[in-house]
Design a protein around this ligand. Structure first.
Ligand code: SF4
Length: 492
C-alpha cells in the first residue's frame, strides 16, 4: 500500500515507525483513551488564536485536499501576506502550515504553533518536515519558527498576543535535520510496504513524546499483571527489569529487584495476603487531628489562554470546593460548598467563601494536600486583605493520604496506589453511594475541569443541570474523605 504522509503521521513515525504501520493496517487496535480531548481542544483553540499573531490573515478552509492546495496557490499568487493553514503537497507528502508569511516570489516563512510552554525535539521534526515539503515544492523558506505559550505572561486587560506567544527561530536546527528527515521518509516508504507486521520491542518510545495507543496491542502476549501494573515503579525502572527478562509478578518476586513498596503490591497480588495494618502508625497520624474537623476538596481548571486579569497561561484556577465538617467529637456531619458561575473570575469569591466557611485555627483535612495548599497560597498572594485568614487555613491542613502513602494501611485492592480513587473502593468495595461510576456527567477531576469550561457556552437550563453534576461530584470527594477517616478511626 502506498504511503501518503501528513505531518502528524510523519511525527508518529518519528516516535515509532510501527505506530504508523499499525495506524494504517490495524487502526481498530488503537486505544482512544490516550487521546485527551481537553488537550486536543486546547490545541485547536490556541492554534485559532495564534493565527492573528502577526495581524490580519486569510485562512485556507479545511476540507477537500485539492481545494486546499488550489486556494493556497491562489492566495500566494494574490500576494496575501499572512496565510493560516496554507497547504502544500509533493510526492505524496502533505502539510498545512499553521501560519505562513508570504514575502512574494516564492519566499516564505513557516510558523508552527504549539500549545505547549516549551520546545521538544518532536516539534523540530514537525517543523522540519514542513520545510522539507515546501522546499521540494520549490519555495524559498527563509525562516522556520516555533510559536509556543509564554507562561510568564500575566494578563492585564485585553489579551496581548505578542506577550502570550513566544516565537523561537529554529531555522538552523531544522536545516541540520533535513538529511535525516529525507532519509527517514525514504525508509518509511519501504517500511510501510511490508505486509507482515513489523517487529519492534516496546521501550521508552512508547511513552515519549506521547503515550502510544497501541501499547495494549503490543503487549497483548505479556503475562498479566506485569511490571507495567506496578503502581510506584517508574517506566525507566520497568525497562531495566524488562532488559533483565523480568516481566511477570512471579518473576519480580523471584528477582527481588524492586523496593519494598513495589514488592508489597506484588506479593499481595500473588498471594492474596491479608490487609497490612500498622495500628501504631495510623494512631500516630490520627492523634495529630483535632475537632472541629474539616474535609476540603477543590476543583480547578487550567486555561491555556488566561481568561482573567492577574492570571497566567495554564494557571490553576479554583472554581469550586466542597467542605464537610464535624464540630465536635461524636458530632453531626455538616456540608458546605461553593461553585462559581462561569464568565467571571471565580478566585475572589472562592477565597471569600473559604474564609466564611472555615474558621481560623481549625484542623483541615485534604487528600494529597499539596494541591489545596498551593491554591490557597496563590489566593493569599492575590488578595492581601484575606491573606492572614487564608494562610491560617493553609497552616492547619493535614494530609489524609499519609497513612496510605506510608503503607500503614494497605490492601490488595489498592493495586499499589494511594490515590483516593483506589483507596475508596478498596475500603468500601460494595457501597454504591461511594462509587464514582454512579455519578452523572462528572466522574473525575478532568471531567470537572472540562465541564466548567464547557459551561461558559451553555444555555441556562443546561448550565444548571451541569452545575448539579459538578456539585454532586465534588461533594462525593469530601464525603469519601469522611468515610476514609471513619475507617481509620475504627482501626487507630
Ligand atoms: S506501543 Fe510502542 S512499539 Fe508498539 S507501536 Fe506503540 S510505540 Fe511502537
Amino acid at each position: 500500500m502506498g504511503l501518503y504522509l501528513s505531518k502528524s503521521r510523519f511525527c508518529s513515525a518519528v516516535q515509532c515507525p510501527k505506530m504508523l504501520w499499525l495506524k494504517q493496517n490495524k487502526p481498530e487496535e488503537f486505544d482512544d483513551e490516550v487521546m485527551d480531548q481537553n488537550v486536543l481542544n486546547r490545541g485547536s483553540m490556541v492554534g485559532d488564536l495564534a493565527m492573528g499573531l502577526f495581524g490580519p490573515y486569510v485562512e485556507v478552509p479545511f476540507g477537500d485536499l485539492k481545494e486546499m492546495l488550489r486556494e493556497t496557490d491562489r492566495l500566494l499568487e494574490a500576494g496575501t501576506p499572512i496565510i493560516a493553514e496554507a497547504s502544500f503537497s509533493v510526492d505524496s507528502n502533505f502539510c498545512s502550515v499553521d501560519i505562513l508569511k508570504n514575502h512574494g516570489n516564492g519566499r516564505v516563512e513557516i510558523y508552527e504553533v504549539k500549545s505547549s510552554t516549551s520546545i521538544s525535539d518532536i516539534y523540530l521534526y514537525d517543523a522540519g518536515y514542513q520545510y522539507y515539503v515546501l522546499d521540494r515544492c520549490g519555495y524559498t523558506v527563509e525562516k522556520v519558527c516555533l510559536v509556543t505559550i509564554d507562561n510568564t505572561y500575566v494578563r492585564h486587560g485585553d489579551l496581548e498576543l505578542s506577550k502570550l506567544f513566544a516565537v523561537t527561530d529554529v531555522t538552523s536546527e531544522i536545516l541540520e535535520k533535513q538529511v535525516e528527515i529525507s532519509e527517514y521518509i525514504d525508509m518509511l516508504r519501504e517500511y510501510m510496504e511490508q505486509t507482515d507486521e513489523p517487529q519492534r520491542d516496546i521501550g521508552a518510545h512508547c511513552f515519549a513524546p506521547y503515550s502510544c495507543g497501541f501499547f495494549a496491542y503490543c503487549t497483548r502476549d505479556w503475562p498479566h499483571p506485569n511490571i507495567f501494573d506496578i503502581a510506584s515503579l517508574q517506566n525507566r525502572s520497568r525497562f531495566k527489569l524488562m532488559d533483565k527478562g523480568i516481566r511477570s509478578f512471579e518473576e519480580v518476586e523471584i528477582s527481588n529487584a524492586v523496593n519494598d513498596k513495589c514488592m508489597l503490591q506484588v506479593q499481595h497480588e500473588l498471594h492474596d495476603l491479608p490487609d497490612q495494618i500498622n495500628e501504631e502508625g495510623i494512631r500516630a497520624f490520627m492523634d495529630t487531628l483535632s475537632y472541629p474537623l474539616y474535609f476540603l476538596d477543590f476543583e480547578s481548571f487550567q486555561p491555556a489562554v488566561p481568561l482573567y486579569d492577574n492570571s497566567s497561561p495554564y494557571e490553576q484556577i479554583v472554581f469550586q470546593y466542597s467542605l464537610h465538617y464535624i464540630p465536635e467529637e461524636g458530632g453531626e456531619l455538616y456540608h458546605r460548598e461553593f461553585l462559581a458561575y462561569p464568565g467571571e473570575d471565580p478566585r475572589r469569591a472562592v477565597a471569600e467563601h473559604l474564609c466564611m466557611d472555615i474558621p481560623r485555627n481549625v484542623c483541615v483535612l485534604a487528600y494529597n494536600m499539596g494541591f489545596e495548599k498551593g491554591r490557597i497560597a496563590a489566593l493569599a498572594r492575590l488578595y492581601p486583605d484575606l491573606e492572614e485568614h487564608l494562610m491560617n487555613i493553609h497552616g492547619n491542613i493535614k494530609d489524609l493520604m499519609v497513612p496510605f502513602r506510608s503503607k500503614d494501611y494497605y490492601n490488595r485492592a489498592m493495586q499499589g496506589s494511594y490515590s483516593i480513587k483506589y483507596v475508596l473502593p478498596a475500603l468500601f468495595p460494595d457501597d454504591p453511594t461511594l462509587d464514582y461510576h454512579n455519578l452523572e456527567g462528572v466522574h473525575n477531576g478532568a471531567e470537572a475541569s472540562a465541564v466548567f469550561e464547557a459551561m461558559m457556552e451553555m444555555e441556562p437550563s443546561q448550565l444548571e443541570e451541569y452545575r448539579g453534576h459538578l456539585l454532586r461530584y465534588c461533594e462525593l470527594d469530601t464525603y469519601a474523605m469522611v468515610k476514609v477517616w471513619e475507617s481509620l478511626m475504627n482501626i487507630g
